[in-house]
Design a protein around this ligand. Structure first.
Ligand code: FAD
Length: 396
């Protein structure tokens, strides 16, 4: 159980970093009690993700490319936007399975363990982990509080080693990468956002069937939106909002909206509630890296606070971090990248967010699509081509 690097969490962030390091010949262990699983997520990928993801789009059977988005505020007229490049919608379970396969092919080791504690002993990280227990309690709740309906139509392929695994194990390595999402060890150990406004609450589910367009619904007074993301095999329907509120209330709103669009919420599978970090500040107050350790992805709050897109930022951070470690430039090059690339963009996003969900702003944005220049601008924002820091420049 001795490695060069231990990655805690096999989401897009951890696996992208792990794959790159394993490809460079490092011994890598990736710990995760659950992957591949249908992580609560819209599974929406902006085109740029494919430039960074270490797997090919053609490998996915659940992936659907969609180039039409319908946006609506309250009961107003829908505004249809044709995208210059398609957004891809796919299953997180399949994304996890594809990345795991790539990790194993590169020589990395996947260990179905939950990290329980970690300590730095004489220049070696000791990660204390227990073997995954996939049993749910009687109401279908994982140990971390996430609720998943028991009748999942897509039980994960058994990505488990066949040999008997020890229940408790100590993994040792020089490097530690924490990519364990929002409910992980890094949050308990090193903290995360504490203000309610820095978190987005989501509810959602999958509905059998698919469609040709993405639907986005805004409501006056909501700091978020509802979505219909049609994949090739099913459709992800969900809602996000920063306001503190009861999950039941959010589900009722989502069910009513989905029914109005012609979807049957009664056929929904895998109902979930989950959190997304959506920082209102330029950069987090909690520690993000130290001597031979670093956190990336949701664990560090790398999510677009307006759209709540996180997969791109997780994958990008995994890749950039791996290059810094391989070139021996961590932490200076990592800190520089954050200073020059991430924080300025987050600062702009936090500024725009103050306006974005105001009803007058949304109304003006949708009405402005009648002008060719502003229509193009919205197209660019939707596919991730125009950063928030360049928005004003792009308008002028
Ligand atoms: C409802 C919802 C919809 C979303 N829709 C989109 C979307 O359409 N497009 C988009 O780009 N982003 C979306 N996001 C955001 C996106 O899901 C995340 O930003 C992205 O998954 C972050 O990747 P990650 O690798 O950092 O973390 P995760 O994908 O959360 O992976 C973390 C992993 O760590 C594991 N883990 C946790 N604790 C431990 C432990 N103690 N030991 C070992 N492993 C552990 C977990 O099992 C998990 O597999 C959505 C989020 C939600 C909640």
């Amino acid at each position: 159980m001795q490695f060069d690097v231990i990655v805690v969490g096999a989401g897009p962030a951890g696996l992208t970093a792990g794959i790159r390091l394993a490809e460079a010949g490092w011994s890598v262990a990736v710990l995760d009690p659950r992957v591949p699983f249908e992580k609560p997520c819209g599974g929406g990928l902006t085109p740029r993700v494919w430039d960074w993801l270490p797997v090919d789009k053609t490998a996915f059977t659940t992936c659907r490319d969609v180039d039409r988005v319908v946006l609506r505020l309250d009961d107003g007229h829908p505004v249809e936007v044709e995208l210059p490049k398609p957004l891809s919608l796919l299953s997180r379970q399949e994304l996890g399975a594809q990345l795991l396969e790539r990790l194993t092919a590169a020589g990395g080791v996947f260990c179905p363990y939950r990290a329980r504690d970690v300590e730095d002993r004489a220049g070696q990280w000791h990660v204390y982990a227990e073997v995954a227990n996939r049993q749910m309690d009687p109401i279908g709740r994982w140990a971390d509080g996430q609720i998943v309906k028991r009748d999942s139509p897509r039980p994960g392929p058994p990505h488990r080693p066949t040999a008997e695994l020890p229940a408790l194990t100590v993994f040792r390595a020089r490097w530690l990468v924490l990519a364990d999402g929002v409910y992980g060890l890094s949050r308990k150990r090193w903290g995360h956002f504490t203000a309610v406004t820095d978190w987005t609450r989501t509810v959602g589910y999958l509905i059998p069937g698919t469609d040709a367009a993405i639907q986005i619904q805004f409501w006056s007074g909501w700091d978020g939106y509802a979505w219909v993301f049609p994949r090739a095999d099913a459709t992800s329907v969900g809602l996000c909002d920063t306001l503190p509120g009861q999950t039941g209330h959010l589900f009722r709103r989502l069910d009513a909206w989905a029914a109005r669009l012609g979807w049957d919420p009664g056929s929904a599978i895998q109902r979930y509630g989950h959190l997304i970090p959506s920082p209102t500040m330029a950069h987090p107050w909690f520690p993000l890296w130290g001597d031979r350790w670093v956190r990336i992805g949701d664990a560090s709050g790398f999510v677009d606070p307006i759209t709540r897109e996180g997969i791109f930022f997780a994958v990008q951070a995994g890749r950039v971090l791996a290059e810094c470690i391989l070139q021996g430039t961590f932490p200076s090059a990592w800190a520089t990248w954050l200073e020059q690339e991430r924080w300025p963009e987050w600062r702009s996003a936090a500024r725009w967010r103050r306006w974005f969900y105001r009803p007058w702003f949304l109304r003006a944005m949708l009405a402005a699509t009648r002008w060719r220049r502003l229509y193009r601008l919205l197209q660019g924002v939707l596919v991730g081509d125009i950063p928030y820091s360049k928005l004003v420049e792009a308008v002028l």
